[in-house]
Design a protein around this ligand. Structure first.
Ligand SMILES: Nc1ncnc2c1ncn2[C@@H]1O[C@H](COP(=O)(O)OP(=O)(O)OP(=O)(O)O)[C@@H](O)[C@H]1O
Ligand SMILES: [Mg+2]
Length: 592
């Protein structure tokens, strides 16, 4: 290390911390003295800079690319030279990015899900398109996952590039052995003939997409020889004769998109990066080798349920207790969806979706239905049974159509009952591919659906079975545990169910509540129905004695042990929530 920590550079910067060393430069964080803000300094020893890295004026080539000012490039502050202990250095100061590289993210959390992968891929395509279409086209020539940074400084993660060291004008005479920091698996075959083109950039992007989504390199084997290795070319050509091995652990569509962008023959790749991004974005899909237009498909969940329903009923008035939840739903969601313009002025937005979870029979499905009645919005109810019976094929397109119909009828609530069956954790293996791609489709549809006037409610008693990406910020982000009713709630449920029935005046509701610990709402409903039946046969009012007799005979559906299990599941789930919120927000940069 060059030990530049603590020095001052040209009265502009005070070097703070060493960040990393690459083969050609050292990176430090520094303080910009005039503003006290943090900057990133890439420092080069002048004597070690390769000629090829300098332009005709003797400046680092990277500077001209930073100057293009593409949003994914770090903002250029200044650049210059300085001397320290008689050694000459050059430096480039850029904005400081708070975040981690994609390769660090993969090390920390494992490969990214398809949704996040595609988001990054689309950003890479967007940048490449901009560079390729300049009047003097620029090529990326070699980007590694180390040099893609997830900027976590804002509420939504953004993708940034760093070390634009391999970038060149298309007209420059670039050579494969100049490429820095890449493996032989990440570059196109023609690169070894020193042919660099938008098509070789496309290959590079395809290889990155594969790596981000699977955690390994795409071709041949795990062999990842640095291009600087003297045998790189020979080793590469040797491997090239072997067959491709792309993991089966990727959805069929994404796999075929990657495969095409990695074709050995550049003519077999997509015609342009724009074309590649259309396929990644599913504006086009490949099926059996044919291209389908993905915009005009029929949707039919269950029996012709593509027409939304407007639920009529008493709404929240039918729910006993749960006042806090009702108030939250009213003020944070219903009001905001009803008056979007008003709330927008104050910067208040609604969440995308909410998960209600907890033990069975405690009212999750009930609350979500009552929510729809209360709100008076259009609503779609999707139950597991509907999904499994009609989603035999083409599931993703139907899902897409569901959200399209919902958006056309906005504001709309889509309610997924027993969502663990609809959006289960994605699994590896051929047999899960169909389900996995449905889950992927849900991921992309639910993401920021509130912007299209859609609010999603989902219910489950098995929250740990749901795909975790579904539960993150921007998707089903609000998680509410619906516990068994407490004493007061049970009293209210008894009152509610007996309200309009032929019952004695002297029912002791406090007593009923106190002897029904662990009885859930549906148990109480059952008790009252059963007592009513007995009373009807006897042709007497429903009495305290009749109810007590039923309770004696009827065991609560929850016992202490089961309840403890649910509580433990709740704890784990809440803890995951906390660590997730700290460590991982969705990658939600804008698509153009
Ligand atoms: N707060 C409540 N007030 C009045 N009735 C309620 C309440 N909560 C639940 N119920 C009654 O209990 C029945 C069962 O509740 P629900 O089906 O919503 O439970 P759930 O939590 O969805 O259970 P599961 O996890 O098994 O799907 C409802 O049909 C409703 O009649
Ligand atoms: Mg339910």
């Amino acid at each position: 290390m060059w030990n530049l920590k603590g020095i001052e550079i040209n009265k502009l910067y005070k070097v703070k911390h060493f960040v990393e060393k690459t083969s050609y430069c050292e990176v430090y964080s520094a303080n910009e003295i005039a503003t006290s803000s943090m900057v990133n300094l890439s420092i080069y020893k002048k004597s070690e800079i390769a000629n090829d890295d300098l332009d005709d004026d003797g400046n680092l080539r990277e500077i001209q690319f930073l100057e293009i000012g593409i949003d994914a490039f770090p903002k250029l502050k200044t650049f210059g030279d300085f001397k320290h202990e008689n050694i000459d250095y050059s430096y480039i100061a850029t904005e400081f990015i708070v975040g981690e590289s994609v390769s660090d993210r993969i090390k920390r959390l494992g490969p990214l899900d398809e949704y996040d992968t595609v988001k990054i891929a689309l950003k890479l395509c967007e940048v490449a398109e901009k560079l390729h279409s300049r009047s003097k086209p620029v090529l990326i020539n070699g980007l590694s996952a180390d040099n893609i940074i997830i900027d976590m400084s804002q509420s939504e993660e953004q993708i940034k590039f760093r070390n634009l060291i391999n970038m060149r004008l298309m007209s420059d005479n670039f050579k494969y052995n100049y490429i820095d920091g890449l493996s032989i698996n990440q570059v196109a075959p023609e690169v070894f003939e020193n042919n660099f083109s938008p098509k070789s950039d496309q290959f590079n992007i395809g290889a990155l997409v594969y790596q981000i989504h699977t955690g390994s390199f795409p071709l041949f084997s795990d062999e990842s020889i640095n291009l600087k290795h003297p045998d790189a070319k020979d080793r590469f050509l040797e491997f090239r004769n072997d067959a491709y091995s792309l993991s089966n652990n990727i959805s069929t569509e994404l796999r075929s998109v990657i495969q095409k962008s990695l074709s050995k023959d550049p003519n077999e790749r997509y015609d342009s990066i724009t074309e590649l991004s259309r396929y990644l974005n599913k504006e086009r899909i490949i099926e059996g080798g044919e291209t389908l237009d993905n915009s005009n498909t029929e949707f039919n969940i269950g029996e012709n349920k593509s027409e939304p329903l407007v639920k009529r009923g008493n709404g929240f008035a039918d729910i006993a207790g749960m006042d806090e939840l009702k108030n939250t739903l009213k003020s944070k969601i219903i009001e905001v969806i009803k008056r979007p313009e008003h709330f927008k002025k104050y910067g208040v937005t609604i969440p995308n979706g909410m998960l209600l979870y907890g033990p069975p029979g405690c009212g999750k499905t009930f609350i979500s239905e009552k929510f729809c009645e209360e709100a008076g919005f259009n609503f779609f109810l999707v139950k597991t049974s509907d999904v499994t019976s009609t989603y035999k094929s083409g599931g993703e397109q139907k899902i897409g159509q569901l959200f399209k119909d919902a958006a056309n009828n906005a504001p709309t609530v889509i309610c997924f009952d027993e969502v663990d069956g609809i959006m289960p954790k994605r699994q590896s293996g051929e047999s899960s591919q169909h389900k996995n791609s449905e889950v992927n489709e849900y991921l992309s549809q639910i993401n920021k659906c509130s912007e299209r006037g859609i609010f999603v409610i989902a219910t489950t008693n098995k929250p740990d079975m749901i795909d975790t990406a579904i539960l993150r910020t921007g998707r089903l982000e609000v998680h509410v545990y619906v516990p068994p009713p407490g004493n007061i709630a049970r009293k209210k449920i008894f009152e509610l169910y007996l309200k309009n029935r032929y019952a004695d005046n002297n029912i002791d509701y406090d007593k009923l509540a106190s002897i029904t610990n662990n009885y859930v709402a549906s148990d109480i409903e059952f008790i009252i129905n059963s007592a009513s039946h007995t009373a009807a046969i006897k042709e007497t009012p429903i009495s305290m004695d009749i109810i007590l007799d039923v309770i004696k005979e009827f065991k609560p559906s929850l016992n202490e042990e089961k309840l403890k299990e649910y509580e433990a599941a709740r704890k784990t789930f809440e803890n995951n929530d906390k660590s997730d919120n700290n460590s991982r927000t969705p990658i939600g940069f804008r698509r153009n």
